[in-house]
Design a protein around this ligand. Structure first.
Ligand code: AMP
Ligand code: MG
Length: 373
């Protein structure tokens, strides 16, 4: 049975909530699984020092075992229990961005079992800023391994209802801390090489990292090359809704006209068709043949990021079979938003050129992309 505990950040002082968090801590110490809110997405936690507990995470999610977990801490002193030979760069980043949405890859402390790190010699560590997460991590012993709390292959959860949808009956407890703030997973930076390398784009951007570290490289796999990604999880096809999804790029009016035309044909063939769009263009779509999902204003990239995963899930709930999305190269979060959207599309993209002649071959899906995050 899965217990549901409501523990919003402003409720942590309430006696019954404190008792609930203490129970979550006990469950974790005994090797159980607890889904919990963070400022990025919901995580599925287990004691990072307990190999059997971490194996249960993989089983509950259906996650491939080569895909390592992130170790969450809630006290900077615990960094040394997770990692060794910690470079000055890590201290500088911790000073600037922790608690917060940044994960660092460091040399692993031998106390962290293979089951947590997918047998890698390195370990991923993050100090989340969500008050409920911090309380639970401390109650659970200080080192909590957690990937996102979705079934493998589904969009990451941004509210407790998503965790319940995916994990009810498969985990011991789900803590409802309300909707998350950011809605995209943490940025991941590898500090074990000579030059730091960004492995996954997130809320903490490359310019923000360069302001602290100077030189920062970006893993080629993020930039769209077919190179093998350095974060094992980035090779998996995730976030994908069940319907077929494609991104359409070009002049915004031409994009809407193209999608309307295709939607007419899909609808004539009896297919449920959707478009993910910005508030600015939501009025241009043919609502007779299309379900319109508005992610938010192009002026407000944070809103678009926060709505993305929930909207992908809503497409599944509504049974959408053909899904078009506009491109969202909006502000500092472009890299993070487009990375998730392109994965959701399996890298299928249609560019509408200025001459109007359409090349819809797009990029083929990467061979190595397979369901798994
Ligand atoms: P999730 O928590 O579901 O967002 O997944 C964790 C992400 O961190 C995955 O993409 C992993 O591949 C990545 N990760 C965890 N540990 C390491 C590590 N030691 N080296 C590189 N990437 C890692
Ligand atoms: Mg994940």
């Amino acid at each position: 049975m899965t217990r549901i505990l409501r523990a919003y950040p402003d409720e942590l002082e309430i006696q019954s909530v404190r008792e609930g968090i203490a129970l979550a801590g006990q469950i974790l110490k005994e090797g159980g699984l607890v889904a919990f809110p963070t400022e990025t997405v919901y995580g599925l936690g287990a004691n990072a020092l307990d190999a059997d507990a971490c194996r249960r995470i993989y089983a509950a999610k259906g996650r491939p075992s080569d895909n390592p977990l992130i170790v969450h801490i809630a006290d900077i002193a615990d960094l040394e229990r997770a990692a060794v030979r910690i470079p000055a760069s890590a201290r500088m980043l911790a000073e600037k961005f922790w608690p917060g949405p940044l994960t660092m890859i460091l040399h692993r402390n031998a106390d962290i079992p293979d089951a947590t790190t997918g047998s890698l010699p390195t370990v991923a560590v993050r100090f989340p800023s969500h008050p409920t997460a911090m309380a639970m991590i401390r109650a659970g012993g200080g080192l909590i391994a957690a990937p996102s709390a979705n079934r493998s292959g589904r969009p990451s959860p941004t509210k407790a209802a998503h965790c319940i949808e995916d994990l009810d009956g498969r985990v011991d407890m789900i803590i409802d801390g309300g909707e998350v703030g950011i809605g995209l997973e943490s940025s991941i930076i590898d500090l074990t090489e000579d030059v730091p390398v960004l492995l996954r784009p997130g809320y903490v951007t490359v310019p923000m990292l360069r302001a602290v570290l100077g030189d920062v490289e970006v893993d080629q796999a993020i930039l769209g090359s077919d190179a093998r990604p350095k974060a094992p999880g980035m090779k998996y096809r995730h976030y994908a809704p069940r319907g077929q999804m494609v991104m359409v790029e070009g002049d915004e009016h031409a994009v809407a006209a193209y999608i309307n035309e295709r939607a007419g044909a899909f609808s004539a063939a009896g297919k449920k068709t959707a478009v993910l769009c910005a508030a600015q263009s939501a009025g241009w779509y043919d609502r007779e043949h299309l379900r319109v999902y508005c992610l938010g204003s192009r002026e407000d990239p944070e809103q678009i990021a926060a709505n993305l995963f929930g909207t992908l899930r809503q497409c599944d709930t509504d049974g959408m079979e053909e899904i078009f999305t506009e491109s969202f190269s909006v502000g500092d979060l472009s890299g993070a938003i487009m990375n998730r959207l392109e994965k959701a599309c399996g890298h299928r993209k249609i560019r509408i050129p200025e001459d109007g002649i359409i090349d819809d071959t797009g990029r083929s899906e990467r061979n190595e992309d397979s369901i798994g995050e």
